[in-house]
Ligand binder design. Structure first.
Ligand SMILES: [Mg+2]
Length: 412
């Protein structure tokens, strides 16, 4: 196919008034959520869509700034001229063209992800096949697609322990498989939080703890002893996993913690490449590996990681914190992955259920957002991603300059 156009749009979903969340030693302010929509067009008039990862950590590798606008600039100034008028036989040919450009690792991984997803959307439409079918055809395993995927609710950030318990109870009514939250109130309050949540939800819901907060609290960050003690004590409340309890690049600290506590650990979203995910899996430190088609070279890169997990003592459960377009992309990957079924569903505040904060663009990006009542998502069996992107969002959610979130640390 001949690529004729690559376009990216930065959008913002403002939060007014901005939300302030207090953690031990500081405050986190959330002003908006940003999103980048990438489109690829071919000479035959086909259009593929993709959500871009565009994480600020990847942006910082390349720019002084770290905004979604910067991501769009790279697509416009570097990627579009590279891919325009190229005739490619398959998706990896596009990977190769981008790999030849001098762009730092994580940013390149996220750019390739967006192009990979959009090209899979096009190929699916062209072959009249949903992406999960393309993935099953490409892989060595013979398996039937699993289109009905249980979701766990990912919410809970910096509130009094009672607030987490109340949110979990509100979400339990939706039938979510689990509830994930971000602690960071100090070791004693973190322990009280999980106790209250367990008391509230009984054994109806799994509890996952996203502990990346523990090493992001400035001089209040927990010591290795505190991390070990908490991670161990969480087993009393039957924690399903503890996620990123130590800095993600510290694989050996992960291993030591897993060995010392026996508590199931999760990680991988911060890895810069599929190779990084595989290395983390090989350490044996994580029970759950969290790749993301928006971060780790798309379906091609993540499909490779899924295969790596097969037969190994680790379950692939995608990371996802974004819109329904990213959700459905990760869902296609899981539908084609034997041994995986669970999906992360970020809960944003709506009139229907509690959540972190309002992010209406997360649903408005699709003409028909997913109805997740019942705690499940049914992967569409229409061609490509199988969804219609709502292009009205391009005018309804204009990009707003500036950082989406700010951390303020108390004076020592
Ligand atoms: Mg996480």
């Amino acid at each position: 196919m001949k690529i004729t156009n690559v376009t990216a749009h930065a959008l913002s979903s403002p939060i007014r008034p901005a939300r302030e969340h207090e953690f031990l030693g500081g405050t986190r302010k959330i002003l908006k959520r940003d999103f980048v929509l990438v489109t690829v067009e071919t000479a035959d008039g086909e259009i593929g869509y993709a959500p871009a990862g565009a994480s600020s950590s990847a942006m910082r590798e390349y720019f002084d700034g770290a905004t979604h606008r910067n991501f769009v600039e790279v697509i416009d100034d570097v990627i579009e001229p590279t891919l325009e008028d190229e005739v490619i036989d398959d998706v990896t040919a596009a990977h190769d063209l981008i790999d030849d450009i001098n762009i730092p690792g994580f940013l390149r991984s996220q750019i390739i992800s967006a192009i990979d997803i959009a090209l899979h959307d096009i190929i699916g439409k062209r072959q009249n096949a949903p992406i999960y079918e393309l993935l099953l055809e490409q892989s060595d395993v013979t398996a039937d697609p699993d289109r009905t995927l249980p979701l766990y609710a990912s919410g809970g950030m910096y509130m009094p322990p009672e607030g987490y318990a109340e949110e979990a109870a509100g979400l339990a009514e939706y039938g979510f498989e689990g509830y994930k939250y971000r602690p960071g109130l100090g070791p004693e309050e973190d322990l009280r939080t999980i106790r209250l949540i367990r008391e509230e939800v009984g054994d109806e819901m799994e509890i996952m703890v996203d502990a990346h907060t523990w090493w992001k609290m400035g001089d209040k960050s927990y010591s290795p002893d505190q991390v070990r003690e908490l991670t161990s004590k969480f087993q009393d409340y039957d924690v399903y996993w503890v996620e990123e309890p130590v800095e993600p690049e510290a694989h050996s600290a992960y291993q030591e913690l897993r060995e010392a506590t026996g508590t199931p650990l999760a990680g991988g979203e911060s890895e810069e490449s599929p190779q990084g995910l595989k290395r983390l899996a090989d350490t044996g430190a994580v029970d759950f590996l969290q790749g993301d088609v928006r971060h780790h070279r798309g379906f091609t890169g993540c499909g490779d990681v899924v295969e790596h997990c097969e037969g190994a003592d680790v379950t692939f459960v995608p990371h996802h914190f974004g819109t329904h377009l990213g959700l459905v992309a990760n869902a296609h990957l899981v539908a084609a992955a034997p041994g995986s079924e669970l999906l992360e569903y970020p809960v944003f505040e709506t009139s229907r259920h509690p959540g972190m904060y309002p992010f209406p663009l997360a649903e408005d990006i699709l003409e028909s957002p997913f109805d997740v009542e019942g705690g499940e998502l049914t992967v569409p069996d229409e061609p490509g991603l199988g969804v219609d992107v709502n292009l009205d969002v391009l005018t309804e959610y204009p990009y707003e300059e500036g950082a989406w979130t700010e951390f303020h640390y108390d004076e020592a």
